[in-house]
Design a protein around this ligand. Structure first.
Ligand code: PGA
Length: 256
């Protein structure tokens, strides 16, 4: 894991944006895995401002609420079109977001995995992290080799997401999410986390034991993970000095 600690969320995001821009310039038909939530908003704003060419890009989103139609304002379909896709020249046919209205979720999930494979796999996956260490909606005790499937949100995540819905009773209990095994197959991963409320989950992910109780710790298995943090999210890391030292001493060819 490469731990990149920046003074602010803006600075941490711009490192991530530069890495993604470099990929899209080198590989115009790249396949991106995308995330929702408050964390990637700055990233999407930054990528829009960079005026990159998205014509040949394919995207797969991590997750979606079950029971919300795509046009619902809190669906992740709405989120992605509102915050990224309608501002760039992506082809609608290249956008993939789990269908929360699917009548046969198990079949849908198998087909979603097949579509990722037939697109050539995900080149770069963007992740946020939940306060309980979830990535996608892989809640604690998710199988470390899980695939795209139906999950039930924890009470904590349900509460955390109530802020978007106005009240907790409007938050769906079920979601479709790529699995941890699905995420691990991405060729490169960028995990973003900002703010003190993510510090515990980040410390457990980077320096804790690999354990399904903190699902993001599975990223320790992956050979190409960059963790982009602001100072507050990095606060509980015991080896922060080392991560700063590594970043400050990167050879020129490794700079982002
Ligand atoms: P947030 O959510 O970006 O809104 O903090 C992250 C997550 O739950 O994965």
């Amino acid at each position: 894991m490469e731990i990149i600690i920046q003074p602010s969320a803006e600075a941490a995001t711009s490192v991530a944006a530069r890495i993604i821009a470099k990929l899209l310039r080198a590989k115009p038909a790249a396949v991106l895995g995308l995330a929702t939530g408050s964390t990637p908003l700055l990233l999407y704003r930054g990528l829009i401002a960079m005026k990159l060419d998205w014509r040949k890009v394919t995207t797969f989103n991590l997750d979606e609420y079950v029971g919300l139609p795509p046009e619902h304002e809190q669906s992740y379909h709405s989120f992605m079109w509102e915050n990224l896709f309608r501002h760039v020249n992506i082809a609608k046919k290249n956008v993939h977001i789990p269908d929360g209205m699917s009548r046969n979720i198990a079949t849908f999930c198998t087909q979603y995995e097949a579509k990722i494979r037939s697109a050539g796999g995900i080149d770069l996956q963007v992740l946020g992290i939940g306060t309980d260490g979830h990535i996608g909606f892989n809640e604690p005790t998710s199988s470390l080799s899980s695939r795209t499937r139906l999950k039930t949100l924890t009470r904590q995540t349900h509460r955390d997401n109530a802020r978007f819905f106005g009240s907790a009773d409007k938050v769906p209990h079920h979601v479709i999410t790529m699995g941890l095994g699905t995420i691990l197959e991405a060729r490169e991963i960028i995990l973003l986390a900002f703010g003190a409320k993510k510090a515990r989950a980040i410390a457990a992910t980077v320096e804790g034991p690999l354990s399904a109780i903190n699902p993001a710790s599975v990223l320790q298995w992956h050979p190409q993970v960059k963790v982009c943090l602001d100072a507050a999210a990095a606060k509980k890391l015991k080896r922060a000095d080392y991560y700063h030292w590594v970043y400050a001493n990167k050879p020129d060819w490794q700079q982002y």
